[in-house]
Design a protein around this ligand. Structure first.
Ligand code: SF4
Ligand code: SF4
Length: 312
């Protein structure tokens, strides 16, 4: 787990955060209509991650071959000689690439794009403010998601502070994988926490995400005691969908003042993004859980007295 000093945002008077998407009119990331700011970089590497471009804490290139018209401009521009044209296809040797991003800047068709842009608080705030009327009418607000936003806690707390000054409802979608002193700094500017719980068993958590979960579980308990907390449980067949696993999570949640639990069924929508990053998709053989199974898991949470929904 990152130390508080490991904040990955860019320091300075106009601190910058690495953002990979700002999604307007989101209805899945807290109450009402929201603007969700996706921060890039995550200490976990969940095998089922549907936003693989959110994991690395640096800007990188995303390719989309069907948009390539083979004009060759990126080949000429690449200072590392990492791009070639062969078999009527433009290829990028990622081992040679040093992520200078020049090819993405020169490509006019969108066949190479940049995932991750450094933005200062005011730039993000300008985007957020566009939807202010919708927040007021719908009871919505702003959600910071990722990646793991707490990895850029200095930027995130500055942004949240400004959102609170403007009276916006604020939420954080987090894995909870951060030191407590970092969480405390961000918590004071939050109205709601959307907390992801993947597994209770530390060894299984390590195998599926790359890290154990002791700090995640202890942070969940501390956060729920201080802020409104909604729990999110992404149900991944073969990894955490056994009824015994759901029972462990439900038992854990039932000991905390959790407002509600959402069961989020696995989907493979992120598979194409792995291809665009030249990475292998690890869950090719996994199918979404059936409705019947999701209802069985939901019944377990219900039996623990928890307010549970399938979906958001
Ligand atoms: S600049 Fe874009 S369209 Fe042209 S060859 Fe490169 S990737 Fe393809
Ligand atoms: S990002 Fe990589 S492939 Fe693109 S121009 Fe730079 S070194 Fe070449």
């Amino acid at each position: 787990v990152a130390h508080a000093d490991d904040d990955t945002s860019q320091p300075g008077e106009n601190a910058k955060g690495l953002v990979f998407n700002i999604q307007r009119f989101s209805i899945h990331d807290g109450p009402g209509i929201r603007t969700t700011v996706f921060m890039k970089g995550c200490p976990l590497s969940c095998l089922w991650c549907s936003n693989p471009e959110s994991q690395a804490a640096y800007p990188e290139i995303l390719t989309l071959d069907r948009k390539c018209i083979q004009c060759g401009k990126c080949i000429e521009a690449c200072p590392r000689g990492a791009i070639t044209l062969g078999d009527s296809k433009r290829r990028i040797d990622r081992d040679r690439c040093d992520r200078c991003l020049i090819c993405a800047e020169i490509c006019s068709t969108g066949a190479i794009e940049i995932a991750g842009t450094w933005k200062d608080v005011n730039e993000v705030l300008t985007e957020i403010q566009k939807d202010e009327p919708f927040y007021r009418r719908s009871g919505g607000g702003v959600t910071l998601s990722g990646g793991e936003p707490l990895l850029q806690w200095k930027f995130v707390s500055e942004l949240l502070k400004e959102c609170k000054k403007k009276g916006f409802h604020t939420a954080l979608d987090t894995s909870g994988c951060a030191p407590w002193d970092v969480i405390e700094k961000v918590l004071e500017y939050l109205d709601l926490v959307l907390y992801d719980i993947k597994l209770i068993d530390p060894a299984k958590h390590m195998a599926a995400t790359g890290l154990t979960n002791e700090i995640i579980l202890s942070n969940a308990a501390q956060i729920a005691g201080r802020k409104r907390t909604w729990l999110r449980y992404a149900v991944i067949p073969g990894y955490n969908d056994l009824e015994s696993t759901a029972k462990e999570i439900a038992a854990f949640a039932s000991r905390l003042p959790i407002e509600k639990v959402s069961l989020l069924p696995f989907h493979a929508f992120g598979a194409q993004k792995y291809e665009r990053l030249a990475r292998n998709y690890p869950l090719t053989s996994v199918s979404p859980p059936t409705d019947e199974h999701l209802q069985r898991l939901a019944a377990i949470f219900d039996s623990f007295g928890l307010d549970v929904t399938v979906g958001y």
